[in-house]
Design a protein around this ligand. Sequence first.
Ligand code: ARG
Length: 456
Amino acid sequence: MKLWSGMLSGDLDKFAEEFNSSIKIDQRLVFDDIKGSIAHVKMLRKTGILEKNEADQIIKGLEVIKQKLLDGSLKVDLTSEDVHTFVESALIDEIGELGKKMHTARSRNDQVTTDLKLNLRDESKEILKLLKKYINVLCKKAKENKDTIMPGYTHLQAAQPVTFAHHLMAYSMMGLRDLERLEDYKKRLNFSPLGACALAGTTYPIDREFTVKELGFDSLMQNSMDAVSDRDYILELQSVLSIIGIHLSRLSEELIIWSSQPYHFVKIDDKFSTGSSIMPQKKNPDMAELIRSKSARLIGNMNQSFVMMKGLPLAYSKDMQEDKESIFDSVDTIKMALEVMAGQIETLTVNKEKMLKACKDGFLNATDVADYLVNKGLSFRDAHHISARLVKYGIENNKGLDEIELGIYKNESELFEEDIYDEIDIIKCVNERKSLGGPAKSEVERQIKFVQEKIR
Ligand code: ARG
């Protein structure tokens, strides 16, 4: 029998029953539901809405249910309508008729969003930890690669030399913003909807401040209709997780490129690679590819949440039951992706020689040839043209800029002297780029310190 079956005649259609049920998804909230219910019943006791001994028995019953679920002697009944009806039925089974008093001055509408907030608050803490771990791995790898010169790209065309550390630190900065977004979203999540009841509060003398404290909320939602209708916290979390997913997908894409032939900049550890069933030489970056595609899943989930909420009239509508599957999926997805990415970076082998060679082959010091002339008084535009002609010469004669004879340089400009070779030394080119945020070793060391202090 349904808890609400009082005025409805007969049973639900078999398919409607299944369609209506959310227990398979929201069973995940069972401990949050018990926690919220215990706080609610304590409040009923404190305000005298329930007799002390009644409330005590209910609380004890809820604790027993929790224990039984933990030790496996009670299983969530998957034929229940949802997690709330399951807990209430289990309570009635446990302590009898008195269990029916638990739902006084409450509705599933304020209950479900309270549960979900408690759950997502805990989940965000987990994600935060994983995010910090991942950022820390980036910093550690960066520390080992402060001297690892590699090509920096724009348009995926070799542009200027940077270091692998500098490149990794770019991702750690994205991670820092992700951390901040996650912290920030929690500020708006942490308001209690409990006590809004169905939509219009209650005539019982409830004490909403009491449950705020019991459940660790910062404050309470000020309007009961808003309290039961609001799912902004889901939209925000979906957005935050999608952005993290996008960052991870970009790094994945780079790992895929860097580990491919003819790059060979990095080797992804065997622990994170798979082979081909037909081509014996193959080692595939499956984990990076999966993380890349998981970002699509996160964006899909985010989109589902937004479209579900769009145009919903106040207050609760059953549409909102569909808020859970996608947010739980996003939470699980990002947790896995962060773990796998951290492991992948930690175990990554870096091929320093290949990276350096790619810098030499790619004329990455062409800007420095121009800068050399600018320092001697030429305008940058003219210097740019001269450098471009030297690059052209290099390509035609299969020579790097450091291999072109001084005579050729002098043909282009009398300003060139022997010291040009010093100035265009790739390592020097990197380490002279000391401007704040740049790739110079001293500067990247500062960035690493900056990030590590933030995540402490
Ligand atoms: N299972 C429902 C959900 O997840 C709980 C709230 C049901 N409220 C209602 N009035 N039918 O949204």
